[in-house]
Design a protein. Structure first.
Length: 660
């Protein structure tokens, strides 16, 4: 069998040259007196039995080599319908075929942009990135015409025995139909830090040094097989998970974490005059706090904090916590309804005037009511209604309120079954579509059927579920939830669809919705770290923090945030309703365990553990690689977290732990 990989290389001086030319035109390895051999050790190239290929790289010269070596794996055919998947970083082309001149930048593949300059950022035919940027160390090409996968996985690190030598890197190229692994690494054509921080291509600290006569070996596992659908990408990722999995560190117990997280929000974040939780809480002097309120009905504040606090108050028998949560919810219900549209104003200003112009407003393409916020609020209001009813407290006004808003959702659903992404403030009509995030409307409507017993919309909900499944989930192209990412592929919208599918299974008992849940959970897992990365920026580097179990936010905001911890209950539901002996059951059970353990170790277990704050404090930002490292210590050095309590973040973990 011919070699899988085409080996190319650049030394430092040549790398500086191609960096100036904005290309990835590596040379044949022989140009540097390097030789590469490849030997198949085992396997058959299938999803369950990849080829184990031993790659040997040798420096045959009498001087050291310093540079980067690329092992490129080409597609077996060259057609335009090839999707590239680098989990957590690249999904298809990251919508590279869509208009890119938007405020929020994120990596996008477009085959004809072969020498990208800064003006066309972030559009490029190729991307190269440090290996620990990916949630799973693999790269996948899916030929959608032939239904064929070529892919590989390998350690993201270059090791000498067990000793770390250098980061490796991953690569994809839509012009030459290639994926690859690099000895040494590149961030090319740019170092993407975040949507508004894009730095020049790295030319220091990223090179491999191979001594004269030195040989280096690496095992790379190669897939080359036909598939029945794009969803088999998830089967491959599951096998990568099994190969590299490391559990998160043991820290606090579930019960201790519930207490720590809930009390910190109750005691430090509640603002009684406004009846809201502060969006940020920072230390101010010896005993005081400062607040950045950023009020919202949901998504980063409001009911996504109040609902877990309400549930925790029952667990902890804390009346203060319960009173705060009810005051927050009732204040929103009493004040946020826009009578003209029948939908919800989403924030209030300093004069307590309710409006849709939150901090996210200027980043939207169409102003108005957001399905993400409005429907998420209604969904959690119904969760709160059911919880309170279970404990003998009736809130019929919450159910009536939800019914009124859901009528608008259902009225504006289009002929495909998709709900609007944005609704008009004037009359509630649909203004903008094309978003998986709008499946929050589906989740809210399905939960309303459960709460009210009213099934008149059920057939329409099932049609909507099929649309979202076919249009987004089965295409592995999920985008359009956060309002500040210009519809970048993200991890947030899929969480709504998981909830919707779970509700529909409760309503219908159809196995179809367990299948939808499986597909959506597997997509979420593609963002969820399977191993504990090598962190080299404090404070995360200093405390033994684990990345496994945490999910990357989006390809636009490359950090881990804890929203995925909120679906522990849905993961548990899936495990309880599928055969214990099935691969899917065990896989979700393992991911569930990772998620719970990750949450129990990712907040301050004691005052100041993360370089700030009180016991139980937790922010939303955990920088596992080079992405989003923009926070600074007082001396100007970089920090890998945000120095603030962010109640929505800790509440995501709290919600999941309460359902565990």
């Amino acid at each position: 069998m011919e070699d899988f990989f085409c080996a190319r290389a650049v030394n430092v001086s040549r790398h500086l040259e191609i960096t100036k030319n904005k290309s990835c035109a590596y040379d044949d390895t022989s140009f540097y007196n390097l030789s590469v051999s490849q030997k198949i050790i085992s396997g058959e190239g299938s999803i369950n039995s990849p080829y184990k290929v031993q790659v040997s790289l040798r420096n045959n010269s009498d001087s050291d080599f310093e540079g980067i070596v690329l092992m490129a794996l080409c597609s077996s055919t060259k057609n335009e319908d090839i999707g590239f998947y680098l989990p957590g970083f690249m999904y298809g082309t990251n919508r590279g075929n869509q208009p890119w001149k938007v405020d929020c930048k994120f990596p996008r593949l477009r085959a004809d942009v072969k020498n990208p300059d800064d003006l066309s950022c972030p559009l490029s035919s190729f991307y190269m990135v440090r290996g620990d940027r990916l949630s799973h160390p693999c790269a996948i090409m899916l030929d959608n015409v032939r239904n064929h996968i070529r892919a590989f996985h390998c350690s993201p690190y270059i090791l000498d025995g067990d000793d770390f030598v250098q980061f490796g890197g991953f690569y994809c190229n839509a012009a030459s139909y290639e994926i690859g692994f690099t000895f040494g690494y590149e961030n090319a054509p740019w170092l993407f830090v975040q949507s508004h921080t894009i730095e020049p291509r790295q030319t220091k600290g990223n090179y491999l040094r191979l001594g004269a006569g030195q040989e280096m070996r690496k095992d790379i596992f190669v897939y080359d097989c036909d598939v029945s659908s794009a969803l088999e990408v998830h089967d491959l990722i599951r096998n990568v998970y099994d190969f590299y999995h490391e559990p998160p560190r043991d820290a606090a117990s579930v019960q201790d974490s519930i207490r720590d997280l809930a009390l910190s929000v109750c005691d430090c974040a509640w603002l009684p005059d406004e009846k809201i939780y502060s969006g940020f809480v920072r230390e101010d002097g010896k005993n005081g706090f400062s607040y950045n309120k950023i009020p919202s009905i949901s998504w980063t504040n409001g009911i996504v904090v109040a609902y877990p606090q309400l549930v925790a108050s029952e667990r902890l028998k804390n009346e203060k916590m319960r009173t705060q949560a009810l005051e927050c919810i009732n204040s929103i219900v009493a004040n946020c309804l826009n009578e003209k549209s029948g939908l919800l104003f989403e924030t209030c200003d300093e004069k307590s005037v309710w409006t849709c112009r939150g901090w996210w407003y200027d980043g939207m393409h169409s102003g108005g009511h957001s399905a993400y916020l409005d429907a998420q609020f209604v969904y959690y209001l119904l969760k709160a209604y059911l919880f309170e009813k279970q404990h003998g407290h009736l809130h019929d006004e919450w159910l009536d309120f939800s019914s009124r808003v859901i009528r608008v959702f259902e009225r504006e659903r289009n002929s495909l079954g998709e709900y609007p992404f944005v609704f008009s403030e004037d009359d509630g009509s649909g203004v903008e579509f094309d978003s998986l995030g709008s499946s929050w409307c589906l989740a809210a409507s399905a939960l309303y059927c459960i709460a009210s017993g009213n099934m008149e919309n059920l057939s329409g909900l099932e049609k909507s579920a099929e649309h979202y499944e076919k249009r987004f989930v089965e295409r592995l192209e999920c985008y359009g939830a956060p309002l500040d990412t210009d519809k970048a592929p993200d991890n947030e919208g899929i969480l709504a669809f998981i909830r919707a599918a779970c509700c529909l299974h409760q309503l219908t008992k159809k196995s179809l919705y367990l299948e939808y849940m499986k597909n959506a959970l597997c997509h979420e897992f593609s963002y969820k770290f399977c191993y504990n990365g090598l962190i080299n920026v404090p404070p995360l580097s200093e405390i033994g923090w684990s990345s496994c179990g945490g999910s990357i936010t989006s390809v636009c905001n490359p950090h881990i945030h804890p929203m995925s911890s909120s679906i522990v209950g849905e993961m548990k539901y899936f495990v309880e309703h599928t055969p214990e002996s099935s691969l899917e059951n065990q896989y979700v059970k393992n991911r569930l365990s990772d998620t719970v353990k990750w949450g129990c170790q990712t907040y301050n277990l004691y005052d100041g553990q993360y370089g700030y704050g009180k016991k139980g404090w937790m922010s939303e930002r955990f920088c596992y690689s080079q992405g989003l490292v923009v926070e600074k210590y007082p001396d100007g050095s970089p920090a890998s977290t945000w120095f603030a309590l962010m109640p929505w973040a800790s509440s995501s973990v709290l919600e999941g732990l309460l359902d565990f």
